[in-house]
Design a protein around this ligand. Structure first.
Ligand code: ZN
Length: 270
């Protein structure tokens, strides 16, 4: 993994946790005490300039690898060089697995239609067709709505949304940055809807509208952009007109036709 790939693959929240650095997150920004002056500094947690930090007080700046290096050299008796800091981050603080799943998933869940799906406007028939439901028995997705994820016609993972708090749950081998939900089933020559909300995505599919979803990530990975780039026309459903980071990414990196459609919880697309 080179320098650029490391910056993309490392999760600064995980890194700060392992280093025992206090931090608080606001959207794409993570605030933490500056290594040099102790005042509040900020690092980008995702999107453009991910893992680049800046201190408005002492004007010190850098990226997460040099930050780890400086931190360790101030707190550790050992000398930390760049490569040691980089390896530390790759070992302890990777966002997700960095490669696609090659083998078909051999786990099957007994899925039950749940009332929660009904409240989301998703029918029993849709759930059967798309293999969605609440897994029975004790599994890592107990208490979740499980979505079956296919990639290149292979079942590769289950993606879960926990019913009580809507937290995203999935196995560490599944990296949501590398896939788009339902991408296998769309026709790239026709208009495709993109949404970060998987329930919205399923509602669109249910209504015969080709749609894909990035599993709730607040940004687009380079794989997401590559995949969407294959679609001639992309319509982006933005809840409450939000998604500033993604809009920026579309404007900067997208070559095909794209339009943004505002939705909100009181007037969803469907
Ligand atoms: Zn500072």
């Amino acid at each position: 993994m080179n320098y650029k790939e490391t910056l993309q693959a490392v999760d600064p929240i995980k890194a700060f946790k392992v280093l025992d650095i206090q931090s608080s997150q606001e959207g794409a920004y993570l605030y933490f005490p500056c290594i040099t002056c102790g005042q509040q500094a900020v690092i980008k947690a995702y999107g453009d300039k991910k893992n680049v930090w800046y201190c408005p007080e002492c004007k010190e700046k850098g990226h997460i690898v040099s930050l780890v290096m400086a931190f360790k050299n101030a707190n550790d008796s050992e000398q930390w060089d760049y490569e040691k800091a980089r390896r530390f981050l790759v070992d302890k603080a990777l966002v997700y697995s960095t490669s696609r799943i090659k083998r078909e998933l051999n786990i099957t869940y007994e899925m039950e239609y749940d009332h929660f799906l009904e409240t989301q406007g998703i029918t029993r028939e849709t759930c059967e067709k798309l293999e969605i439901g609440r897994p029975q028995g004790k599994t890592m997705l107990s208490g979740c709505i499980a979505f079956t994820v296919y990639h290149e016609e292979k079942k590769i993972a289950f993606f879960g949304i926990r019913i009580k708090d809507q937290k995203r749950i999935f196995h560490k081998s599944f990296n949501p940055e590398l896939y788009l939900y339902n991408f296998d089933r769309i026709d790239p020559e026709k208009e495709v809807y993109f949404t970060e909300d998987i329930f919205e995505c399923v509602r669109l599919i249910q209504n015969g509208i080709p749609a894909v979803c990035n599993f709730g990530l607040p940004y687009l990975s380079s794989s997401h952009l590559d995949m969407l780039q294959k679609c001639k026309y992309v319509s982006v459903a933005c809840e409450n007109g939000g998604m500033d980071e993604m809009k920026k990414q579309f404007f900067e990196s997208f070559c095909n036709y794209v339009r943004f459609i505002k939705t909100n919880s009181t007037s969803p697309l469907i």
